[in-house]
Design a protein around this ligand. Structure first.
Ligand code: ZN
Length: 301
């Protein structure tokens, strides 16, 4: 909601005036005091009608001006590592967040050392929070308004949805995967599942992959292996991944008995998030991942 809409709605809510009457009063006010901005005129009309316009709760899309006291209910989309910057007063630590609500996303800059420590230890990406008494400033660096968190700001957890990064957790970006036979840990969404060849058949004697029988050994020693090919996407890039046997079953969370096709259909595109540990393998010069272990990521925990 625009600031102006909010102000006019406040007058509509708290007086018997109609929108037309408010516009009429505004017109008169501006004729009387031509130097007033429309916003100041709205404030004056409100005050004439006994309404004091003090606004605290904002949506991201409303933060298009410098606001001294604002509250924002939002989710933490990204939490960056704190870093040191050079300021006029010397070196100082800052931490940046990207937060969002249903109206958009905005950068949050945290200046206060205690608030940085609090965010580092107790708040994670995915958490829904309430930021109380922050202020907004225009950043010439990003050419956008940013929310600033200082020592008088309060942070309140609304709903803990994020997962703390565990000590020693190191995830690779898919774009960084470049070394054959190296083990990588990746977190991403399964965005495609190839349900055609879900089994591969081998001849146990020579180890060759066959269709229905081995040219040399016939069909006496065939073994069937569950194989699921998929695409994993970490939001920046994607890569083919292959799950075999036990790992494929783990992906599908197959219990003792379970209909594979049905399970495959259950895993909807792009909403199934997993962490995998996988070896990069090269096929015809293209790297793909052979998964060693897979774990679903559940943000609802
Ligand atoms: Zn054979």
């Amino acid at each position: 909601m625009e600031v102006e809409d909010w102000s006019i709605n406040q007058i509509l809510e708290k007086t018997n005036l109609t929108r037309e009457q408010i516009e009429e009063k505004l017109k008169k006010k501006l004729e009387e005091f031509p130097a007033l901005t429309r916003e100041a005129a709205i404030r004056a009309v409100a005050a004439d009608s006994g309404v004091i316009l003090i606004r605290r709760d904002y949506k991201v899309s409303d933060i298009k001006e410098e606001i001294n006291h604002l509250n924002l209910r939002c989710s933490i989309i990204r939490k960056f590592e704190a870093r040191e910057v050079n300021l006029r007063g010397g070196r100082s630590k800052i931490l940046n967040l990207i937060v969002g609500d249903e109206t958009g996303q905005i950068r949050v800059v945290v200046w206060d050392t205690n608030k940085i420590a609090e965010l580092e230890s107790s708040f994670n990406e995915g958490d829904e929070i309430l930021i109380i008494n922050a202020y907004s400033k225009f950043s010439s660096f990003s050419s956008n308004f940013e929310v600033n968190i200082g020592k008088n700001t309060l942070l309140k957890m609304i709903e803990r949805r994020g997962q703390a990064a565990k000590e020693g957790d190191n995830y690779s970006r898919i774009s960084q995967i470049n070394e054959e036979n190296k083990v990588y840990r990746v977190r991403g969404f399964i965005t495609r599942l190839f349900t055609n060849n879900t089994f591969i058949v081998r001849c146990r004697i020579c180890g060759k992959r066959v269709d229905d029988k081995c040219d040399v050994h016939g069909d006496k020693a065939l073994s069937k292996t569950l194989m699921i090919s998929a695409v994993i996407d970490d939001g920046l890039s994607n890569m083919k991944v292959v799950f075999f046997d036990r790992v494929a079953e783990k992906l599908l969370s197959l219990s003792k008995e379970g209909d594979l096709r049905a399970r495959l259909n259950d895993i909807s595109f792009g909403i199934y998030q997993v962490e995998i540990e996988a070896v990069a393998k090269s096929f015809n010069g293209v790297l793909s991942l052979t998964v060693k272990d897979v774990r679903p990521v559940d943000y609802s925990l």
